[in-house]
Design a protein around this ligand. Structure first.
Ligand code: COA
Length: 170
């Protein structure tokens, strides 16, 4: 059974991530979508919120028969891959600017766990400009994000930045 793992911060998950998830899920027996704690990035959504958003949107995006699991992890990706019995790491490439970083990560992961392969999928050209950071900037200025993230995620973004929902607001 070929188990692949698609790791990321997913703060929040975007249509670009979903495109990679749907394509990868069709290629392997099981796909683990692994949400990294990512202390360095100081995520807007906590890890439970990020996992929950992916679970909700995947219930609509993937067929019931599709074998997948959404997990949260803290620590080394390759350790989590081993724990989940995954032998393939999936990464999406949007442009040449992603390449250097991805090459370094794939190289390090290969050193740490030589039998785990990294497989790259080209992001759909429709999503080349997307990043979670840019989408958060749009939401912070009360811009519409539905073209970039599923409606459930857009609503969560709106709530994060809605001043009337802040604690103590009248
Ligand atoms: N569509 C849209 N956006 C995409 C995308 C796609 N197909 N692919 C990547 N992105 C964006 C993300 O939104 C993200 O944007 P942001 O930086 O504004 O948040 C950016 O590209 C890269 O994010 P992502 O793909 O989620 O990777 P990451 O850099 O956040 O996560 C980990 C990298 C978590 C996989 C890596 O840090 C890791 O493995 N950490 C665990 C610790 C470890 O093992 N370290 C050693 C690694 S060698």
């Amino acid at each position: 059974m070929k188990i692949a793992i698609f790791p990321g911060t997913f703060d929040p998950v975007t249509w670009g991530h979903l495109d990679i998830i749907i394509r990868a899920a069709a290629m392997f027996d099981k796909l683990i979508i692994a949400v990294a704690q990512s202390h360095e990035k100081v995520p807007l959504f906590d890890i439970n919120e990020r996992v929950e958003m992916i679970q909700v949107v995947l219930r609509e995006a993937l067929p019931v028969s599709q074998n997948y699991e959404v997990t949260g992890f803290d620590g080394l990706l390759v350790q989590h891959a081993l724990d989940m019995q995954a032998s393939i790491i999936i990464r999406g490439l949007r442009s040449v600017s992603d390449f250097d970083y991805e090459l370094q990560m794939a190289g390090m992961n290969q050193r740490l766990a030589p039998h785990i392969e990294t497989v790259f999928l080209m992001a759909h050209e429709r999503y080349h400009f997307l990043s979670s950071t840019l989408i958060k900037s749009v939401a912070k200025c009360y811009g519409q994000t539905v073209d970039f993230v599923p409606p459930y995620v857009a609503e969560n973004l709106r709530r994060k930045f809605d001043p009337s929902l802040k604690e103590g607001a009248v």
